[in-house]
Design a protein around this ligand. Structure first.
Ligand SMILES: [Ca+2]
Ligand SMILES: [Ca+2]
Ligand SMILES: [Ca+2]
Ligand SMILES: [Ca+2]
Length: 276
């Protein structure tokens, strides 16, 4: 993996190219701890039951979660949502996040398909009663490549970021919740015009000013190098014109933004395509 500091796009781009000054990453993780009885390919972490330790949300045939024991191990596989409700199988994206602002982690998810309708949805956290049935929040009429749940306007309510198949990037604002109802969402707000070759988008406070910015991975053609598209959040979900790194020397297939060393910097991690 390539580790990229976030303080300036120039730095970000330089490090994406594999700057020799980077050196080896610090050894910060202990030995691997196995997860029994779980074959899911994607996970999300969060304190779903509010007991102070991290639980594990995983996607397999349906969304399930494991209660954290507080020692890095997990137990008690449980399904998200009732057995007889509309299924969340094949969720393309899922994350434990407080969609309704009541203090507990709900599950935000999306389902993306070339053959069926695309939607953004949630399962409400009902406390001791588990999670409610899946409820669709936004029905989308275009093909969508990727989604994220993140608060872009700083009001404490997670919004949805959507990267459409056309390469158009935008977001749906979480308008909050009326008593006993699901969160309402505003109309699509465009951030980037349709752009060929957009692959995925990640969110993080790249410039350290307290709001969530967006970094997207673009590969215009299969034989061309990858670009990073940086969209700076100017506040309240208004974005500056995109800034592009156009000189990546190799292809990248994945991207993550996180403060892994907890020093307040948002770091950007990329990894090359397995074919390169
Ligand atoms: Ca927990
Ligand atoms: Ca909640
Ligand atoms: Ca918000
Ligand atoms: Ca920011």
């Amino acid at each position: 993996m390539t580790r990229i500091h976030s303080t300036a796009l120039a730095t970000l781009v330089a490090l994406a190219l594999g700057s020799p000054s980077l050196g080896a990453p610090p050894q910060i993780f202990g030995p691997e701890i196995g997860l029994d009885r779980f074959m899911g390919v994607r996970i999300s972490l969060g304190d779903l039951d509010g007991d102070g330790d991290i639980d594990l949300l995983g996607g397999q045939e349906a969304l399930t979660w494991f209660q954290g024991r507080g020692d890095g191990r997990f137990e008690g596989r449980r399904r998200i949502g009732p057995q007889d409700a509309i299924g969340n199988a094949s969720a393309s994206y899922f994350k434990g996040t407080d969609m309704d602002g009541d203090g507990d982690l709900d599950v935000a998810l999306s389902r993306l398909s070339f053959h069926q309708s695309n939607y953004l949805a949630w399962h409400e956290n009902l406390g001791a009663d588990g999670f409610g049935p899946m409820e669709i929040l936004v029905q989308m009429t275009v093909l969508v490549r990727a989604t994220l749940s993140v608060d872009l306007n700083g009001d404490g309510l997670p919004d949805f970021v959507v990267l459409e198949d056309s390469g158009r990037l935008g977001w749906y604002k979480n308008l909050g919740i009326a008593q006993g109802q699901s969160p309402r969402f505003g109309p699509f707000r465009s951030i980037l015009a349709p752009t060929v070759g957009m692959r995925l988008t990640r969110a993080g406070d790249v410039d350290g000013d307290g709001d969530m910015d967006l970094v997207s991975l673009r590969r215009p053609q299969s034989f061309q190098p990858t670009q990073l598209h940086y969209s700076e959040n100017l506040g309240a979900g208004v974005f500056a014109p995109v800034r592009i790194s156009d000189s990546a020397s190799r292809s990248e297939s994945s991207l993550a933004l996180a403060d892994m060393d907890l020093d307040g910097d948002c770091l950007l991690y990329t990894s090359p395509s397995p074919r390169d």
